[in-house]
Design a protein around this ligand. Sequence first.
Ligand SMILES: [Zn+2]
Length: 313
Amino acid sequence: MSQHFLLSKEYRNISLHSLMRMADEELFDLIRKIRFGNSTALPCTRCGAIDKHSFLKSRKIWQCKHCDRSFSLTSGTVWADMKLPLSKFILIAHQFCTSANGISAIKVSEEAGVTHKTAWVIMHKFREVLIRTVDQTPFSGEIHVDGGHFGGKPRSGQFRPSQKARYAAAAEKLAGKTQGVKRRGISKANFERKKRNRRIVMVVRQVVPGEGANRTRVFLSSGENEAVAKYIAKHCIVHGSLVRTDENKAYDSYKSIFTHETVEHSREYSTIDGVNNNQAESFFSRLRRCEYGTTHRMQATYMIDYANEMAWK
Ligand SMILES: [Zn+2]
């Protein structure tokens, strides 16, 4: 079993402590090296010409020697025209990248000394970049596929499900006079409203036996059905791969395209031969913690962004 990434040295290679001790020039150099590399010759983000473009120190921009237009550290990225000081941006970037279960925009806004809106927008721009740069080459080898329900959890109403029968009788007696009766009246609507926000996150993971998953892709759907399973098979997995799923009927068509092995989840997590799709379950565990602990309410509008963020992590 290989070491968990969060325990490795690579996870700590740029600590928040070291970032906060850096001067503005050092932070600028760090980002320049990450984006353009160590060389003094840079590619112009406008025309692509690689040269030693002249640097205007006061404005921290380069003037292209070929097209005569200027470009900055963030030109051509989603953060172009950003007004935020680099030190605050780097702090937000660091928190976004290193928080294993995600981090709330509220918390980041407090740490960076910016408004909630600013932190929220910057972090969603990160998520946008992750979506735009998803590696779409199909998976091969051992693949785990599964679907998980997220968002829109219906409330049971005033009473716990196990206590409903006991309290329902008491509430009947006071019909029209208690809050309890009123709440029971709208519980159906409440259920339907919450259910509208519910989605299925489909996950596909490429597994290296003994090491865990090394690639993950996510899809959003309204049901774990055959159409979605076929879409994933067509766009995401190389024919002839070993695909492991649960006993859901949606994956029945996989038998003709892949080496398809199933585990009956109503009975066991892994068969006696070691057939399981636990890497998919592991992803859901991470996303569930993000939903319960960080976002609290995962709206359908942004669910693919959060799911893809967790897939990247
Ligand atoms: Zn140029």
